[in-house]
Design a protein around this ligand. Structure first.
Ligand SMILES: C[S@@+](CC[C@H](N)C(=O)[O-])C[C@H]1O[C@@H](n2cnc3c(N)ncnc32)[C@H](O)[C@@H]1O
Length: 252
């Protein structure tokens, strides 16, 4: 694990060097405020594409019924629900930095949305995971790493808590390789995402951040390189919707 004092943290909205607190406080403010409307926003703003991406993530995730799964940045529990339904693992540990997001996940649990798969919830900063070395078979993370100001440290932490041979499965916004599609997508990000977000949640500032953070995030190859630097190997990825999103799978 790296030392916070010697690593360079960034502003996740720009990718430029900045104190970690700047991004951490912003992400807490954004997600605590939109927690109750987060799932509706997802469905509307992606025209339902997020379901196809999650489906792809599940197909790529090497999870079996005797696995212990750690969901990082699990939010309202969407990925954990898909993991429970698709793979029926032994146990899911659903974690997130923001308690308000996990409260919604607990409501899903009360509704029986995780079926009979045992699940626990914990407030966890992925850059400082409070679990033992080599304790999980698979880590899932959707739209998490982009929001973290110390990505090398977060990935090293995930590497540390995975068992040897375990896998990190990461769904994230990415960069469309086709320049025309990329230009159209950037227009949508800059102008329409804040519009939809403002309409649904009543506050568009979080969605201006979302659009900026996506544009400042490394492309498919750049994320794979960060994973490799954290100790992962056999890193592969699949693009979805022309590269708007990508699912990376990396092995310990
Ligand atoms: C866009 S949401 C994704 C939630 C969920 N994975 C999903 O697919 O619906 C991003 C989540 O990352 C969480 N997050 C941001 N920074 C984090 C950190 N350092 N550690 C853990 N979670 C973090 C936020 O609180 C938020 O719930």
């Amino acid at each position: 694990m790296s030392d916070t004092n010697t690593t360079h943290t960034i502003d996740t909205a720009t990718g430029l060097e900045a104190p970690a607190e700047l991004s951490t406080e912003r992400v807490k403010a954004v997600f605590s405020q939109i927690a109750r409307k987060y799932e509706l926003f997802n469905a509307v703003s992606s025209f339902g594409a997020y379901r196809r991406w999650l489906n792809g993530m599940m197909r790529q995730a090497p999870i079996t019924s005797n696995h212990d799964v750690l969901d990082i940045a699990g939010g309202t529990g969407d990925v954990s629900r898909w993991v429970a339904r698709f793979h029926h693992p032994r146990h899911i540990q659903c974690t997130d930095l923001v308690p308000e997001m996990l409260e919604v996940a607990r409501l899903h649990q009360a509704n029986g949305d995780f079926g009979d798969v045992p699940i626990d919830f914990d407030v966890v900063d992925a850059q400082n995971i409070p679990y033992e070395d080599a304790s999980y078979d698979v880590i899932t993370m959707a739209y998490g790493i982009r929001n973290m100001p110390d990505r090398p440290r977060a990935l090293s932490e995930m590497h540390r808590v995975l068992k040897p041979g375990g896998a990190l499965v990461c769904l994230e916004f990415s960069t469309p390789p086709n320049p025309i599609w990329r230009t159209l997508y950037r227009f949508y990000l800059k102008h329409l995402i804040p519009f939809w977000g403002g309409l649904i949640t009543g506050d568009k500032s979080g969605f201006v951040y979302l659009a900026k953070s996506i544009q400042a995030f490394p492309d498919q190859r750049g994320l794979a390189q960060l994973m490799e630097e954290a100790g992962f190997h056999d890193i592969t990825w699949e693009n979805y919707t022309g590269g708007i999103a990508a699912v990376h799978v990396a092995r310990k």
